[in-house]
Design a protein. Structure first.
Length: 204
């Protein structure tokens, strides 16, 4: 039985592009692997404390950090909803990363407990920060998370990127609504396909 660790970090429970796409992923995951297990954390509804000196010093001996590290280590796949806030990830997701990454335990350890784990990140954003766009240098979600998960934990990372999510609600972005709709549809399709592929592979 494969285990999926699912994290959402979007502030609003309704109308969130990242939450809609992660929900589509989980739905397809369970359809393809009904006996699979999903461990869920809503980091916006139930934020974790920021890492303090005591927890940092205790490392894996700290109860919360040990619990989070065990959840990550036991996951066969990880799904993260990471909307862009002020050009980077939500502070609640950063708090989870600071708590769960423990150097010498799961980070900086060749062949550590997270090595090779597939991580899928739904990196939604209100505009576009893709290569070639005017704001490509403001993209600090994919760049950061790719380095953290591959460079520190040895995981593998795939990104699903719904763009222009603010177009339907901002009159000045109305011209981009078709792009937003196409990006959303593509992201939902990618999430469903990725979930089915992973569920089938891990069920073997």
């Amino acid at each position: 039985m494969a285990t999926l660790l699912h994290l959402d970090s979007a502030l609003f429970p309704q109308g969130s592009a990242s939450r809609d796409v992660t929900a589509a992923f989980v739905k397809s995951w369970l359809e393809a692997h009904p006996e699979g297990k999903v461990v869920y954390r809503d980091l916006a509804a139930h934020p974790l404390p920021h890492l303090d000196a005591g927890a940092a010093s205790a490392g894996v001996e700290h109860p919360l950090r040990a619990e989070l590290a065990a959840e990550l280590a036991e996951a066969d796949a990880v799904l993260i909803g990471a909307p862009m806030y002020n050009f980077t990830i939500p502070s609640t997701l950063k708090a989870w990363l600071d708590q769960v990454i423990i150097v010498g335990h799961n980070a900086g350890v060749p062949g550590g407990p997270v090595a090779g784990t597939p991580v899928t990140v739904v990196a939604s954003r209100g505009g576009s920060y893709a290569p070639g766009t005017p704001r490509q240098d403001f993209e600090f979600v994919q760049n950061y998370l790719e380095k953290v998960f591959t460079g520190m934990l040895g995981a593998t990372v795939d990104f699903i990127v719904p763009e222009m999510t603010l177009a339907p609600v901002k009159p000045e972005m109305a011209q981009f609504i078709p792009i937003a709709e196409a990006s959303r549809a593509k992201a939902l399709d990618q999430a469903s396909q990725k979930a089915r592929d992973l569920a089938q592979r891990l069920a073997v």
